[in-house]
Design a protein around this ligand. Structure first.
Ligand SMILES: Cc1cc2nc3c(=O)[nH]c(=O)nc-3n(C[C@H](O)[C@H](O)[C@H](O)COP(=O)(O)OP(=O)(O)OC[C@H]3O[C@@H](n4cnc5c(N)ncnc54)[C@H](O)[C@@H]3O)c2cc1C
Length: 576
């Protein structure tokens, strides 16, 4: 598996129709050229031309409509394998363009999960005609606390409802055909219960009828539209209801399970384009009589950026396989997705930091992709649940993952063209601590490389610490402490996914060992952080000190990887 290079993209891993979609999308941006792309971005110009292109080619319709609403067209399906490519390509050119796609994906979640057949048929028709959608979950005052949702459906004597409320941070709310809107069902007098009550939640289809819909503003200064809007006396009938009660709650969380996976690919796309710009610039710049790429610290920065980027891609590709085989009995995707969302996206920030240290002032220039990437990459860890919210989730999986492995059939590379039906039939969002995993040791045992072996020792020590120096009840309540604990656990899962994908994609052993060079360093860094926590016990400190290890030094391997990285010089440059 290599980095995306749009100029050499042959789509050989895709079926004909999917390949055509990706190539057309690449051509759309390459025909626009970098100067125009940047000019539109600096003018914060709404991308009507892009949405016209999407409509003409029925791209969203093809990529996100379930086959039962596709009039027998076999190309139309929700196929995560090709959705990865589409995410990566869009973000490669601009996260602003990616965002209109992403919030359409989110808006469609509660619709395809709904039992409301009438609306599903309508939505398929709308998609065919080029419509985009929106996901109205967030509110200004409540952030991650969706229990406190104040948008409400007030029951009317004739059995209908009236909706009232204000939503904030809602993408596409300037153009969406339907906004899947999360609300609570109020008492007939309009009051909402003080205590959270899942039976009161509802998702309804909101249409932008100006009699009832007041768009306040775009709250961001960008090409994308992230809206603030008010809903006044909006009439809602059963035909507009998507889900009610626990099903609405589950639809919210299950939609985020699907959507947040895309964030990792967003990050990969952003970092890949930034990487090409950085290497093209640095490899031609001469200072003090030598090329910048010959400085030893620049070699290190590039190797770290590249290995982190390759690891991000390996993890995201492998997580895709688990998403595509998921079932009510196999919910491993819930952990892997949370890691793609929270870890891959933060690794993306790190890649940009490293590259920026290389290209320095160049990264501020207005005609670079990089200056846009530096801002865009920061958004991804914050969308669809912050890093902390995901860390709280990840920690729930720790006991079963580390201590109670279960048997599962081997999961192959899931590149078959098929509809991922289960994503819209995920069932209850609860029971996370009961989710079973296969034995992670299989992946680790399949590699005998110096840094992988050092990592295995760190991992074993962490496991011992989990058994013999379990967090105290006070530490369990201290999320600062538990976040660092979770960071170490996350590295173990991350390493497992890297190794599984490395086998499937036949990744060079030098590269795998160099990836584990930074993973060993990161493990040590978190061990230092954990032992610095004020509440860390003597026994935990002892274990932490044992976990601090240095990677195996190998200058020859490092130089070979440097050559691998530098081979990307002048491989890609966007059309001017
Ligand atoms: C550009 C952009 C586009 C967006 N688009 C949409 C959209 O289309 N639709 C939509 O519905 N929303 C959208 N959002 C909202 C986004 O999903 C929220 O930003 C996100 O849910 C977090 O809310 P918050 O930023 O208000 O943070 P807050 O919830 O205010 O969090 C504050 C702090 O508390 C921590 N925290 C909160 N809860 C927990 C917890 N349970 N455990 C541990 N720590 C916790 C957080 O990590 C954070 O550090 C968008 C946001 C942005 C910035």
């Amino acid at each position: 598996m290599v980095l995306l290079n749009p100029k050499k993209f042959n789509g050989e891993h895709l079926d004909e129709k999917s390949k055509e979609i990706m190539l057309k999308t690449i051509n759309f941006f390459e025909n626009m050229g970098k100067a125009k792309l940047k000019e539109k971005a600096s003018k914060r110009e709404w991308y009507a031309d892009f949405l016209e292109f999407i409509k003409e080619n029925k791209i969203f319709y093809t990529l996100v409509t379930p086959p039962e609403y596709a009039d027998g067209d076999p190309d139309v399906r929700w196929d995560t394998w090709r959705i990865c490519d589409f995410n990566e390509i869009l973000a490669f050119y601009s996260l602003d363009y990616w965002y209109t796609w992403q919030v359409t994906v989110l808006g469609l979640g509660p619709i395809w999960m709904s039992k409301n057949e009438k609306i599903k048929r309508e939505v398929a028709e709308l998609l065919k005609n080029g419509a985009v959608f929106a996901f109205g979950l967030s509110e200004r005052e409540h952030g991650a606390d969706i229990y406190a949702t104040e948008t409400k459906l007030v029951p009317q004597p004739d059995g209908t409802y009236k909706a009232y409320g204000r939503k904030y941070y809602i993408g596409n709310s300037n153009v969406a055909a339907i906004i899947s809107t999360f609300a609570r069902i109020a008492d007939p007098d309009g009051s909402l219960p003080d205590k959270p009550d899942k039976s009161r939640f509802a998702f309804f289809a909101l249409r932008r009828d100006e009699k009832y819909y007041e768009l306040v503003k775009n709250i961001v200064d960008a090409q994308m539209f992230v809206g603030d809007f008010l809903i006044h006396d909006y009439p809602v009938t059963e035909d507009d209801i998507l889900e009610k009660g626990e099903e609405a709650w589950d639809a919210a969380l299950n939609t985020v399970n699907v959507g947040k996976y895309n964030l990792g690919w967003g990050s990969i796309g952003v970092c890949t384009h930034a990487f090409y710009e950085a290497i093209n610039h640095a490899s031609k710049r001469r200072l003090y009589g030598m090329y910048v790429t010959d400085f030893p610290h620049v070699k290190r920065l590039f190797v770290d950026a590249y290995t982190r980027l390759v690891a991000m891609k390996l993890v995201a590709r492998r997580a895709c396989d688990y998403m595509r085989v998921a079932s009510r009995e196999d919910r491993r995707y819930l952990l892997y997705n949370a890691i793609v969302k929270s870890k891959v996206t933060r690794e993306g920030e790190e890649v940009i930091n490293l590259l920026w240290d290389v290209i320095a002032a160049k990264g501020f220039e207005k005609d670079t992709y990089f200056e846009m990437a530096a801002k865009h990459v920061r958004a991804l860890p914050k969308l669809e649940g912050t890093v902390h919210v995901n860390m709280a989730l990840i920690l729930k999986f720790l006991p079963k993952y580390l201590f109670e492995p279960a048997e599962f059939p081997e999961v192959p590379k899931m590149d078959v063209p098929k509809h991922d039906e289960f994503l819209f039939n995920q069932g209850s969002s609860g029971g996370l601590s009961q989710v079973k995993f296969h034995d992670y040791r299989k992946a680790y045992e399949s590699f005998e490389l110096p840094n992988v072996n050092i990592f295995k020792e760190q991992l074993e020590t962490f496991k011992e610490m989990c058994m013999n120096a379990t967090p105290t009840p006070e530490q369990m309540m201290d999320f600062d402490f538990m976040t660092t604990w979770g960071e170490i656990f996350t590295l173990i899962v991350y390493g497992q996914l890297v190794l599984e994908a490395a086998k499937l994609y036949d990744i060079d052993e030098d590269l795998v060992d160099e990836i584990f060079d930074f993973l060993v360093r990161d493990f040590s860094k978190f061990a230092v952080e954990l032992q610095s926590e004020p509440s860390c016990t003597e026994k935990q400190i002892e274990y932490c000190q044992k976990m601090i290890k240095r990677p195996y030094p190998n200058k020859e391997r490092f130089e070979r990887v440097v050559q691998m990285v530098y081979a990307h010089k002048d491989e890609y440059e966007m059309n001017p």
